[in-house]
Design a protein around this ligand. Structure first.
Ligand SMILES: [Zn+2]
Length: 172
């Protein structure tokens, strides 16, 4: 799922590439965490809702559906809660504002997206290079979400083939 457009988006371009904005808000050593990352890239904080075209909308214009926290409409257009993603063509990580509460989760999702940046696998998500990078981060004790690479805890692609417990993962 790639973000097509970043109009209406609060852009936060990171000068030296690395997460100062996000980690800067958080209490502990951003420098140490940044040092774990193989490939710094741009990070943008977006509004919380996105339509099928990839346009973002702030909370203030979204009418939430009665029985869903994740779907709604903005001026008649169907929208859903945006998730964090890495757009290969722009070398850009987009993180919606709602995901930046707390500390552990935002950090984990940034590592997840940063692993995409390092993997250079634009066509399919979560291929071997991505798993390899997640494995490297895990071994370096980066606070990744191990569920991202563990079968039964994630719907991410190819975890059965390269994730925790597979020959590939064990061989890394
Ligand atoms: Zn991913």
């Amino acid at each position: 799922m790639f973000c097509q457009q970043t109009a209406e988006v609060t852009r936060v371009e990171i000068a030296k590439g690395v997460l100062q904005f996000v980690f800067g808000h958080l209490s502990d050593s951003s420098t140490k965490l940044s040092a774990l990352l193989r490939k710094p890239c741009k990070v943008t904080v977006t509004d919380d809702w996105i339509d099928a075209e990839g346009n973002y909308y702030p909370d203030s214009v979204v009418q939430m559906d009665a029985n869903s926290l994740f779907n709604g409409t903005a001026a008649g257009i169907a929208v859903h809660r945006a998730t964090a993603l890495y757009t290969h063509s722009k070398d850009l990580i987009s993180v919606p504002r709602w995901m930046l509460t707390g500390e552990t989760a935002p950090r984990a999702l940034l590592f997840h997206e940063m692993a995409h940046a390092a993997a250079n696998e634009p066509d399919t998500d979560h291929r071997p290079q991505w798993h390899k990078e997640m494995n490297r981060l895990w071994k370096a004790q980066a606070p990744i979400n191990l569920h991202d690479v563990t079968l039964g805890f994630t719907g991410h692609e190819l975890v059965t083939k390269y994730g925790v417990g597979t020959e590939f993962w064990e061989g890394l």
